[in-house]
Design a protein around this ligand. Structure first.
Ligand code: GTP
Ligand code: MG
Length: 210
C-alpha cells in the first residue's frame, strides 16, 4: 500500500518522509528541493507500507508545468492514500486549496488526510478539525499520524494465518508475490505462515487460510 506525500512546496514533505522511514532525502529551505519522486518502505504495527515523496506545488502553477509534473506525480497518483502536507505556520488554507485544486486537475481520486506540519513553530489558532497536527522536525504527533494512516488503510489488507501443505507448495509459490510473509514455520506436513494480504487478493488465498 502506497502513501503519497503531496502538497505545497517547502511544507516539509521530504522531512516527514525522512522522519517516518529513516530515509535521507534532501530537505532544504528552498522552493522545489525535491524534483524526482522518492519511495521508501516503512511499517506500522508490522504492516509494510511505501511512502512516496513528490515535487511541491505552487499557487497558479502554469499549465505546461502541471503537464511536466504529471509524470513525476504519476507514482503518487496511484497511491492508496495521500497525505496533503501543509505548513501550520504559513497560509495553510491557501496551500490546502491549491493542492486540492491541482490534484483535481490531475484527475486524482484517492482518499487523503490533511497534515499540518511545523506545529513546533506555529502560533496557536484555529485549525481544520480533522487535520493531523505534527512536527516532522521534533517528531511530535507522528504516532498519531501513524494511527490515522493505519486506520485509513485498514480495509485494504487482511492479516491471516496460512497453512500450506507441502503438496501444494507449487500453487502457493505462484501466489506468493501477492502477499507479505511475516513469519514462516516449517512442520512435518506443511508450512505455517503469518501473512499480510491485500484485501483484493484475499480470495485467492482462501484455501490456505486457517
Ligand atoms: N520548524 C520546522 N521546520 C520544518 C519542519 N519540517 C520541515 N521543516 C523545514 O522546512 C524546510 C522545507 O522542508 P522540506 O522537507 O525540504 O520541504 P518539502 O515540502 O519537501 O519541499 P519541496 O521538496 O521543495 O516541495 C526545511 O528547512 C525543513 O528543515 C517542522 O516540523 N518544523
Ligand atoms: Mg521535498
Amino acid at each position: 500500500m502506497t502513501v503519497a506525500l503531496v502538497g505545497y512546496t517547502n511544507t516539509g514533505k521530504s522531512t516527514l518522509l525522512n522522519a517516518m522511514t529513516g530515509a535521507d532525502v534532501l530537505t532544504k529551505d528552498a522552493l522545489f528541493a525535491t524534483l524526482d519522486p522518492t519511495a521508501r518502505a516503512f511499517e506500522i504495527e508490522g504492516v509494510p507500507f511505501l511512502m512516496v515523496d513528490t515535487v511541491g506545488f505552487l499557487q497558479a502553477l502554469p499549465h505546461h508545468l502541471i503537464e511536466a509534473f504529471k509524470s513525476t506525480l504519476e507514482s503518487a497518483l496511484h497511491c492508496d492514500l495521500a497525505l496533503i502536507v501543509c505548513d501550520a505556520a504559513g497560509d495553510y488554507g491557501m496551500q490546502l486549496n491549491t493542492t486540492l485544486k491541482t490534484l483535481a486537475d490531475l484527475g486524482f481520486s484517492a482518499p487523503h488526510l490533511v497534515i499540518l506540519n511545523k506545529c513546533d513553530v506555529a502560533p496557536e489558532g484555529y485549525f481544520p478539525r480533522d487535520a493531523v497536527r505534527i512536527s516532522a522536525k521534533t517528531g511530535a504527533g507522528l504516532e498519531e499520524l501513524k494511527r490515522r494512516i493505519f486506520d485509513a488503510l485498514k480495509d485494504n489488507f487482511v492479516r491471516a494465518e496460512l497453512f500450506i501443505p507441502y503438496a501444494q507448495m507449487g500453487g502457493y509459490g505462484n501466489l506468493r508475490p501477492l502477499l507479505t510473509e511475516r513469519s514462516v514455520k516449517y512442520t512435518d506436513d506443511g508450512v505455517n505462515i503469518s501473512a499480510i494480504i491485500p484485501a483484493i487478493y484475499a480470495e485467492k488465498f482462501r484455501r490456505f487460510i486457517k
